[in-house]
Each structure stands twice: as C-alpha cells, then as structure tokens.
Design a protein around this ligand. Structure first.
Ligand code: SF4
Length: 382
C-alpha cells in the first residue's frame, strides 16, 4: 500500500504516537518501514502479517557474505493444459549481494523476484525450468525488501529486478512496488538506485519509457539482457527474440528516455561455444555503439551511457554448457574494450548456493509450464 492508500483507509481508525487521523496513519506507515514496527497498522487493519522468511543460505566471498533467502507466499491452482492441482508451498527468492565501495564501506544490492518462475524460457536459466506459476503482487515484491531490512538486518542500498521472473511481464505490480520502495515515507530507496531488468520485451520497454517522463521516475534504471550477438543465436537461446528481433529491441531502446547521469546496462551472459566467438564481440559493438552515441547526444554527456556487463555463465542444473574459464572471459572483455565498448566483468557471487545470475528457482517444481510461450502470444509457432 502507498502512504496515500494507508492514509485514506486507516485515518479514522488509528492513534499512533499520540497522533490521530491522517497524521497518525502516516506515522504508522513510516514506523513500519523505518523500524519494522507494524503495531500502528495493526490497530487499523487488525491482522497485519509481516513477511515470513522461510530459508536463508549464505556463501562467503571476498566482499562479504552473499545471502539468498526465501519468503513464503500464497499458493496457486494450476489448470491450463493439465489437470487442476494446487501448489501451496510457493516462495519468492531474493539475493543480497555485498559490495565494497571506494571508501571501503560494505553495501548490499538486493536482487528481487517479480514472479514465481518465468514464462520466457531462456535456455541457460534455472528459473525457466519452472515455467511461470504466478505473478507476484506489489506487496510481495516490497516484502522482499522488508525481509532483507528487518528479517536479516541488511538494509539494501540498491535494488535490481533480476531475480525470478520477467518484470515487464508483470509491469503493473512492478511499478506499484517501485512507487512504494522509492517513497520517502516508505523504504525511501532513491529511484536512481533501482533497476528494472528485461529479457527484451519491447512492449514493456515502451510502457516503462512513458512512465519515465513523469517527475520522480526519471532516474529509474533499465537493464537489458542481450546475451547474444545476432538474431540467429538469440532466437536459439532466448525465445523472446522470435517475437521481438534485435532490430525491434534496438528501436525501442533508441526511443527510451535517458535523463542526466542514467546509464543503460546491457547484460551479456557469456556461454562457452555459444556466444563467445571473436566475431561476436564485433556484433555486440555494432549493437551497442549507436545506442551509446544516441544517449550521449540526448543527455549531453561525453562519458559512456551504455555499459556491457559481462557475466560468466553460471551453470543451471543439468546444464549442457560448463562455466567459461577465466582466460576466455578476459579475452572476450579485452576484445569488447578494444572495439570501444564500455564493458565490465560481473564478478560471480553466490554460485555455490544457486544464487548467482540465472540460477534462481525451486528444483521441486521444475519441468512444467503454466503458460506456454505460444499460448501467451510471445512466440510465433514455427
Ligand atoms: S533469464 Fe530472466 S527472463 Fe529469461 S527465463 Fe530466466 S528469469 Fe526468465
């Protein structure tokens, strides 16, 4: 709920910190997000259950512990294309990723899920093995921030929508969640510290672009999973490319409003023997460079506006491909840099606990798909 919703719903039913009416409702809302105190909102709404952390896994790394945690959410009844059955034990999966900054202070980036499972079917991704079970509500997305901040005591500095699910597939709830996360009466995460990632759903990119024209939204970050140098490879490993080609993706990105110091993150999962040939680096440069030049003109900033994050493939369960070796990653990074692309290697964190990029997903509900891509209208039958 946004503060406005709480104010109108709770104003007549609450006295908090000796304040009544709308002021009391707002004070109770602030207390929830500042200290985790839900007592004020319980006065107004009766039961006000707080997010319930079910599992916590930790993996030590050079910059601190990577923490993967799950929250229990209501189940779903499956029906489409299979006998109806109910799955009760659904969980969001979130990962807290530590980072040591220039001043040696440790901050955490929270990677949140926007769906349980995913319908996009990327062949290198563990989540895709689950199919899509359901969208998360805005509350269930915000609950992941709450779980990190008050369940684990680790208040995130950054939020990335890169956990389970395709955010553009659930954009209304994602935008409602961002509205709460960035609200100064709520978690108050600066909008420039929130990034929405997409597999390349062009319709969603265009809708998100419209929202960025509104005050308070301009610095919201966008990340695009490119993962392939051309349509042939991309359609093979990312079915979404059969619906929206690279040319359509680039057109949408050229129209995407870029304000001030914002950057476009281009994610590239490097898979040995699939998308790591020397010629592929040239094709990536051909895709990224015109975008970079266009954003530099529109923001009047000379520094690179597109950053390619090179992510060494983290093998999913039963993966047909291994992780790339370090020398291959370094070589590909060198080629991109020589071609004038601003590229960084994403350090692998959380691979052992299946918390690294592309590794989220519950093994016990794998192997089925609630919404086949063709049925969802995302892939033309071939
Ligand atoms: S990579 Fe992202 S969009 Fe693709 S299947 Fe996995 S979660 Fe979905």
């Amino acid at each position: 709920m946004t503060p406005e919703q709480v104010r109108s719903a709770a104003a007549g039913r609450i006295i908090f910190n000796r304040q009544g009416g709308e002021a009391g409702a707002l004070a109770a809302y602030r207390a929830l997000f500042r200290t985790g105190d839900a007592s004020g909102l319980r006065q107004a709404f009766g039961a006000f259950p707080l997010p319930e952390i079910r599992t916590v896994q930790r993996e030590a790394g050079p910059e601190g512990e990577v923490v993967k945690f799950t929250l229990r959410v209501p189940g779903v009844t499956l029906g489409m294309g299979e006998p109806a059955r109910r799955i009760e034990d659904l969980r969001t999966e979130s990962v807290l990723i530590p980072m040591i900054g220039k001043r040696r202070e440790r901050t955490y980036t929270l990677c949140v899920s926007s769906q349980i499972g995913c319908a996009m079917g990327c062949t290198f991704c563990e989540t895709a093995q689950m199919g899509l079970l359901r969208n998360l509500t805005a509350d269930e997305i915000v609950a992941q921030w709450f779980g990190a901040a008050f369940g684990l005591g680790l208040r995130p500095a950054n939020i990335v929508f890169m956990g389970m699910g395709e955010p553009m597939d659930n954009l209304d709830n994602v935008l409602d969640a961002v509205a709460v996360l960035k609200d100064h009466n709520g978690p108050s995460v600066p909008v420039s510290k929130i990034t929405i990632s997409t597999v390349g759903r062009v319709d969603g990119i265009r809708r998100l672009g419209e929202r960025l024209h509104e005050p308070g939204w301009r610095r919201l970050g966008l990340a695009v999973s490119l993962n392939a140098p051309n349509d042939e490879v991309r359609s093979r490993i990312m079915p979404v490319n059969r619906r929206w080609s690279l040319a359509e993706l680039r057109a949408a990105l050229l129209d995407f409003p870029m304000y001030g110091g914002s950057k476009l993150c281009v994610e590239y999962v490097l898979i040995p023997g699939v998308n790591d040939a020397p010629s592929h680096a040239r094709e990536i440069a051909d895709f990224v460079t015109p975008l970079d030049e266009h954003y530099a003109r529109s923001t009047r900033r000379a520094s690179p506006r597109c950053v390619v994050n090179l992510i060494p493939y983290n093998p999913r369960r039963d993966s047909p491909w291994p992780a790339p070796d370090e020398a291959r990653v370094a070589e590909f990074l060198r080629r991109l840099t020589e071609l004038g692309v601003y590229a960084k290697r994403r350090r692998t964190k959380g691979r052992e606990l299946m918390g690294a990029c592309g590794q989220l997903g519950s093994a016990h509900i794998r192997g089925r798909s609630l919404v086949p891509l063709a049925v969802a209208g995302l892939v033309r039958d071939r």
